[in-house]
Ligand binder design. Structure first.
Ligand code: HEM
Length: 122
């Protein structure tokens, strides 16, 4: 069971890396925009990364229950809400040709928020 937990945590951390990478990729497509490209579409990686976080996060919760590890359920609830907002925004803007100016910094801030919650909230 310890191996399954490590595997899920490994994928969970890679999912976080995907979301961080999306921020820079989204900026890179926009030489003319300050933080993102208002002319360009939203990268699908935002959706893939957030769904990976959701699935691996739920897997980690399940493994913690099986292993009788104590988890802070309020903290998990907050992470769940934040990731649903990220995925929701990614779905909502998926088929738009132009994305709003605030979208890329907002998505990045939500990723940073969840990382902070994961690390500082015990
Ligand atoms: C953008 C989304 C997310 C990010 C950036 C993120 C980040 C992280 C990080 C950095 C860790 C490692 C913390 C540590 O080991 O000290 C972690 C662990 C964990 N995360 Fe997330 N997470 C996200 C979403 C979620 C979601 C949606 C859930 C639950 C549904 C979740 C549940 C967990 C659990 C259960 C652990 C392991 C805690 C433990 O066993 O000690 N995460 N997360």
């Amino acid at each position: 069971m310890e191996f399954v937990r490590n595997l899920l945590l490994f994928l969970h951390l890679l999912g976080m890396a995907i979301l961080v990478a999306m921020f820079f990729l989204q900026r890179r497509t926009a030489p003319e925009g300050p933080l993102n490209n208002p002319e360009g579409p939203l990268n699908k990686g935002w959706l893939h990364g957030s769904v990976l976080q959701l699935l691996t996060g739920m897997g980690l919760v399940g493994v913690a229950e099986v292993m009788d590890r104590d988890l802070n359920h309020v903290k998990i609830g907050v992470k769940l809400v934040v990731v649903v907002v990220i995925a929701g925004l990614a779905v909502g803007f998926q088929n738009r040709e132009r994305i709003a100016n605030w979208l890329t910094p907002t998505l990045a801030a939500l990723v940073v928020l969840n990382t902070g919650v994961a690390v500082f909230w015990s």
